[in-house]
Ligand binder design. Sequence first.
Ligand SMILES: [Zn+2]
Ligand SMILES: [Zn+2]
Length: 330
Amino acid sequence: MPWLAVPYDDETTRKELSNWFEVEGIPTLVVLDKQGKTVTTEGMELVYKHGLEGYPFTQERLEELKHAEEAKRAAQTLETLLVTEDRDYVESKYGQVKVASLVDKTVGLYFSAHWCPPCRNFTPKLKSVYDELKGRGEEFEIIFLSSDRDEESFREYYGSMPWLALPFQDNRIRNLSQYFDIAGIPALVIIGRNGKTVTTDGRGLIGLYGVDAFPFTEDRLQEVQDNMKKKYSDLPKQVSSEKHEHPLVLTDQAYGGQIYICDDCSEQGIGWTYHCDVCGFDLHPECIGETKKQVESEHPSEGVVDSESKAGYVCEGDVCYRLDAKEINE
Ligand SMILES: [Zn+2]
Ligand SMILES: [Zn+2]
């Protein structure tokens, strides 16, 4: 350390200061002003967050920084995010791609790493969405921002991705991760065609809606939910499934229209579920049909023999329809 120190044997002073400033853990940095008044006891956090820019760590300086940050966010474009003094490109498998060529597209910033198992699970899902959108000719691009620990892992992982990337250990990765306050990976930030942030939860939206989420705007999500409502309003209100001993009721209100986990496929669902209130049991409307068909084809007799389970039948009022027969009738 290039600075001063309280002598090691002066335990009294160290203890007094520690008590005075109520230091609970180390490292702690207390900043005093020229008059000896306490400026902050959170110097360490401020140095981490602002570095030299934070000096002299006063309330006024922090206000200035906050306003500068707000102005920067208000003026956000794809180029303010991705162009720096020495780099105006991202990389592809075939060489550099200018950031300018991505302006006016919807762009996903994909924070991910090969060592992260949830990332390895999500990447194929994201890839199928990407391939479908590209196949449809949408103005969409993804940029991989790697948290891989060595270049070989980065190369290997990037090899499985069909989109663009920031170079390994590029400074922009850390800066954007801070800027978007990325707390965990995988994370997918969606930048709209106007350069503004559409959502930092692209991952969750793709998990819920798949390719239908594109372009991730609130209007689009409302439309998707309306479509689900239309689609599900034609389904039977109550079914019996061999997956559960009680009748299941179709509802979008079991969790106030929010997220649930399907007890068949273990994936998330949103809103509409075949729900058992007694057990808190849920099935995606799609999972009832698939499950039944699988069981019937694997065990041709069982589903029908077990009359208790009403397998494959749907009861509406006092009539039970066979699911596939009902579909044909309608
Ligand atoms: Zn399911
Ligand atoms: Zn139940």
